[in-house]
Ligand binder design. Sequence first.
Ligand SMILES: O=P(O)(O)OC[C@@]1(O)O[C@H](CO)[C@@H](O)[C@@H]1O
Length: 358
Amino acid sequence: MKTFKGEARDKKLWNDFLNQQNNDSNSFLKACWLYAECYVYRRLYYFFENHRILKTYDYFSQNKQKAFTISVGAMLNVFEVLQSMKSHISDDNLKLLLKLNLWGNRCDLSISSGKEVKPGDNPFELARNLDKKIIVDESCKIIECLNHADRKNSVIEFICDNAGYELFTDFILADYLIESKLVSKVRFNLKAMPWFISDATFNDFRWSLEYMKNHSSPVLREYGQKWQAFVIGNKFELANVNYFWTSPYEYYRMPEIDPELHKRLSKSHLVIFKGDLNYRKLISDFSWDCTESFKTCLKGFQPTNLCSLRTIKADLICGLLEGQSKSLEKENNEWMITGEFGTIQFAAKCDCFHNSDR
Ligand SMILES: O=P(O)(O)OC[C@@]1(O)O[C@H](CO)[C@@H](O)[C@@H]1O
């Protein structure tokens, strides 16, 4: 893996990392999966960013936009159910929205190697029926944490994953948190470059709201306008560009590599990490004993209360009960790589909530 040349703002971040690798492991074939995969996506962008005309071109944008447009049927269904929830703010509704958001992570174009992945037409029914597939469910702890938020001043940080339907479910959850007045602001952390095919960039975020605002369906138009107004009114905030999210670093190294980012996260009430890649970075892509606690696997990374909503696509996990992985293996010996199963895990910063040790 070669160091980068040119003027890129993350050149030093990447080159310092590459220079720290020992010669034996500094190659695509020998590096660990996380590093090699991140390097490939960064190197791909390098070819474009140094091109006179193509420097702002997002080579995955067509796939991502298609992923959004083919999900309109599911989105309309979500809005229909949501209308009835609005008049009835409750922990049960919040729990259901967390699950809707979790399953949104199935719609990822990197696991399908770019092939279309469409959500079912009735996502709430799916979310209600898939509880057996959530093999660690700490949604109650997340809700308890949200109920402790200082409603007037609390910020939630979303560390987003995929554009398309998953980003839509992020908006839905964020909207509910704002409307129910549990928090005052949701900040979205997006990718600074095309990443893992479908990861959401700043442009994807803006494109999605603009697409909704101009749609022929009145409800899509209404919410497109509403969420654009949230952006202008600072209820939805786009975090500044940050290259840490497209670096290969595991999150426990954040205080050393990007102390400013760590400090900013620590001021929020809760950080929601979406998806599989964020999970791998949270627990350092190590093959932990699957019964090890989430908190231990974070290796001290705990800027504030944090949670992870992830469909399982990579063969690492923690927080399971004794014997649980054996029975999953019997059910489906590919349970760790298909995205069929999911986890909702939580780690509390302070003692005021239960912690996630199981
Ligand atoms: O973060 P996501 O979107 O949930 O998942 C991304 C992901 O499925 O893509 C990769 C396959 O290339 C896996 O490494 C990874 O876990």
